[in-house]
Design a protein around this ligand. Structure first.
Ligand code: 6PG
Length: 232
């Protein structure tokens, strides 16, 4: 399917529209299969959308939420994606959702992989709705250009991979590219002219796969619904 672009005049309008879209897809999944799964990204962009989504009047008790990726820090750390999700999304009606954390007490994400994979075994897949951010280097999730583990994480049959970003802080745990690409609805949530320009470049350049930006490599593997929600 083609990549759908949705552009909005303001961040508030984007947050409200994306929250409504996600809520509608989660409700449809619950009606169809009795449960729904949502995987969200961290970073700064999604906080406003999380707040809007948290107020959605859906059966949150039937919604399983996890992260697309996580920094290897404890949930009370300022850089924790889980902290952001608990603060902005798992509030109000959405507090009833079942959240599956990607971190535990292991010293490294690599050591933790078997235990966290086991946690996700109960997570309904294919994931119904998966939200991606994108960095200024074209990374998405924790699939970072030039990371030593990138090719393995792009080809792995496992749900998760451990990645040490070349520049960004913290070791990471991330859904693998195939796991992301199997989601039923993949949405790239980005703001700013710079990220729009980078995304358009990534999607249009003619390069060998291993030289492409990770965001392009992911989206090219998504066979189902894929879209961009953007505002300047
Ligand atoms: C993370 C995210 C990452 C994020 C991008 C964009 O752990 O950092 O999952 O992939 O989505 O880096 O981050 P911003 O929204 O802060 O620009």
């Amino acid at each position: 399917m083609a990549l759908q672009w949705h552009e909005f005049a303001s961040k508030d309008q984007l947050d409200a529209a994306l929250a409504a879209h996600i809520a509608e897809r989660l409700s449809a999944a619950i009606n169809a299969r009795g449960a729904a799964s949502l995987a969200v990204s961290g970073g700064r962009t999604p906080a406003g959308m999380f707040a809007a989504l948290s107020q959605a009047q859906i059966d949150w008790r039937r919604v399983n939420v996890t992260l697309v990726d996580e920094r290897w820090v404890q949930p009370d750390h300022a850089d924790s994606n889980e902290k952001s999700v608990r603060t902005h999304l798992l509030q109000g009606p959405a507090a009833k959702a079942n959240f599956i954390s990607l971190v535990n007490g292991a010293a490294t994400p690599h050591e933790a992989l078997p235990a966290i994979e086991a946690r996700l075994a109960i997570f309904p897949t294919p994931i119904d709705v998966l939200i991606l951010g994108m960095g200024d280097d074209g990374h998405t999730a924790s699939l970072f250009p030039d990371a030593a583990e990138l090719e393995a994480a792009c080809a792995s049959t496992a749900l998760l991979a451990a990645v040490t970003p070349p520049v960004a802080p913290h070791q990471r745990i991330t859904l693998t590219l195939p796991t992301i690409a199997r989601a039923r609805d993949v949405i790239v949530h980005v703001t700013g002219e710079g990220k729009k320009s980078l995304l358009l470049t990534a999607m249009s350049e003619d390069k060998p796969v291993q030289q492409q930006y990770p965001i392009r490599r992911v989206l090219d593997q998504v066979a189902t619904a894929k879209s961009v929600f953007w505002t300047a």
